[in-house]
Design a protein around this ligand. Sequence first.
Ligand code: SAM
Length: 266
Amino acid sequence: MDLEVYQDIKRQVKRLLELDLNHYKDEQMRRRLDSWLVRSGSTDWKSYFERIRIDEKERNRFRDYLTINVSAFFRDPERWKTLAEMVLPRLLKEALQRGLAESGLRIWSAGCSIGAEAYSLAILLDELAPRRRHSILATDYDLGALNKARQGGPYTTEEIQNLTATQRSVYLQPGGPPYYVTSSLIKKVEFREHNLFADPFPKELDLIVCRNVVIYFTSAAKDQLYKAFRDALRPGGVLFVGATEIIPHPQTYGLRNAGISFYERV
Ligand SMILES: C[S@@+](CC[C@H](N)C(=O)[O-])C[C@H]1O[C@@H](n2cnc3c(N)ncnc32)[C@H](O)[C@@H]1O
């Protein structure tokens, strides 16, 4: 696709889906758009945009496609082990020192996709500090993924493969595949639609989990997000990023490296 066509698609996508593709890496996005047009059965973008102007379902399908949503429970188990054994115990202790015995941690799963990440957090907190009242907010811009998250499934065998046998028996409904989490786990997470480039961020967070989301974004977009994440954390709060995501010069954002995939607000 040539640049002019891409510029026009970006304008239409912004107008119809309220999604600014300027924040996403060009080459990857153009490839994905090309293959979507072929799959959609439309001959050109003009007729496809005319179609989605009136067809809301197709419009949502297109929006969901543009925001890639692969996920799994405890994705990259080694990093989650560090979270469970080092990061969360410290955050829980600090909450106690601040006199917050009753209230638990304030956590945000940003770009939560199908909810597996947010439910992994809920499971860990239930194992580590079950009697404290934690707040887990999980957001995404993909309505299809959010819908699945709110329903607690269905999840495939691959998506739940990192759950231990005990976790499966406690937090999954009997039966499956496909699998559903229990209603008591669903109640521990608040899911909300949220566009990282358009909507306000929560504040005073102990932990932000934003994994495998910024990899699709341009450097300028990442820069904007890291600053906003820093502002959303309380001092000492932690940003947990994806296994392949490294923040260069974290000090420029008021963050410091606190182990692989973890950054602490200074
Ligand atoms: C690959 S998934 C990552 C899911 C999960 N965090 C994990 O690591 O397993 C990326 C998610 O980012 C979301 N996303 C992409 N652009 C977004 C935006 N502008 N605002 C909010 N979420 C967005 C997608 O909808 C998708 O669910």
